[in-house]
Design a protein around this ligand. Structure first.
Ligand code: FE2
Length: 379
């Protein structure tokens, strides 16, 4: 949705993403949460995720419980501790519920670990083979921003529901999916002056290319500002925008996140749909709350984005935002934070050619977030 291409800085830190780390897609996203059982019910009832797999006391896991949910290509893992103390409790105490693992699907988890740690990535787990009656999975992991991890998952020789140690999860309760297809991108918020460090990490350690950057002239309102750079792997299936706060007259949403999350972490998960109207209508009906877009946004949006297939009245009714770049346009909408702390939220996105991220909407979006911050007393 980059409409003003003159202010778009196309920087190439590395000319092309390098192929030492071929990534097939997002394998799963794991959240550490205070009550996985109830969170699982929320993602089923409100978001239309389907039950897939379970690990807990019944499967021999004595310290933690995990529920795995699926919708098309999106797998969510919700994990809670079963005992006091330990890293999961500490994570929840410090950050609240939040994303711990962004797992990446690879052909060779050992090579992925070796290539990234050789380039300065900090190891979390050496390549490890997990077995059960359904075959084997090889996993390895490195650290990224904050306490977030990247797992590399090689599952070519595995036919079980998720990973060894998990059994099929078959509750009687099922809901209709809401049309969510895959993870389009995941955004990390990092602390003051840390953006370039993590841009360099994704470029040097993971071989990603920088697609685009925004500075505080692009993304600022009367009160707040941020800077953002978008990193992408070679095939474009994995895209990680990285945000850092910029000085504004009042506290930015990025600072608010950093304060409540107690450090860097995943700010939003953007999930793709083929029909944003049906998806958002279903999500709203089931209780998902979206940011309010003022009516006057729609008075000028068509002047900015030109002709689109959709009816502007329907867009306005649902509060869907539009933006255009050289290759087409996109429709997008942001939820309010889905946790008690004002930290993580979701974006629903439908791309109609556009490969960008909705820059033309940042101002309207930030003003909407500021209205929420003012109510929370954190602006
Ligand atoms: Fe986004």
């Amino acid at each position: 949705m980059i409409t003003d291409t003159t202010s778009l800085h196309l920087e190439k830190i590395v000319p092309e993403a390098e192929d030492f780390l071929p990534l097939l897609g997002t394998d799963y996203v794991e959240l550490y949460v205070g009550n996985a059982k109830q969170a699982a019910l929320y993602y089923m009832s409100a978001w239309g995720f389907q039950p897939l797999a379970y690990s807990g006391l019944e499967t021999g896991s004595k310290d933690k419980v995990s529920y795995v949910l699926i919708q098309d290509k999106i797998r969510l893992v919700l994990t809670s501790p079963l005992k006091p103390g330990g890293p999961i409790n500490e994570h929840i105490n410090k950050h609240g519920d939040g994303v711990k693992v962004i797992a990446l699907w690879v052909d060779d988890a050992a090579k992925s670990w070796k290539e990234t740690t050789n380039r300065g990535g900090q190891s979390f787990m050496e390549p490890t083979t997990l077995n059960d009656a359904n075959g084997e999975v090889v996993i390895s992991a490195i650290h990224t921003y904050g306490e977030t991890l990247h797992y590399f998952v090689e599952r070519g020789n595995y036919s079980g529901p998720f990973l060894p140690g998990y059994k099929e999860w078959n509750p009687h309760y099922r809901t209709e999916p809401t049309g969510l297809k895959f993870v389009d991108h995941m955004v990390g918020n990092v602390g003051w002056n840390e953006m370039n460090k993590w841009v360099e990490f994704y470029s040097k350690v993971m071989g990603f290319a920088q697609l685009v950057s925004f500075d505080d002239n692009d993304i600022s309102t009367e009160y707040t500002a941020l800077m953002s750079k978008v990193m992408s792997n070679g095939n474009g299936r994995i895209k990680f925008p990285i945000n850092e706060p910029a000085e504004g007259r009042k506290k930015s949403q990025i600072e608010e996140f950093i304060d409540f999350y107690n450090g860097s972490g995943v700010q939003h998960i953007a999930v793709a749909t083929d029909n944003i109207f049906e998806t958002v209508t279903a999500l709203k009906k089931r209780g998902v709350e979206f940011l309010y877009v003022p009516d006057n946004y729609y008075e000028t949006v068509l002047d900015r984005v030109g002709e689109i297939d959709e009816d502007i009245k329907s867009l306005k009714e649902l509060g869907v935002l539009v933006d255009r770049d050289d290759e087409g346009y996109l429709l997008q909408l942001f939820t309010k934070p889905v946790l008690d702390r004002p930290t993580m939220f979701f974006e629903i996105i439908q791309r109609k050619g556009a490969k960008s991220f909705g820059k033309g909407n940042f101002k309207a979006l930030f003003e909407a977030i500021e209205r929420e911050q003012a109510i929370r007393g954190t602006l």
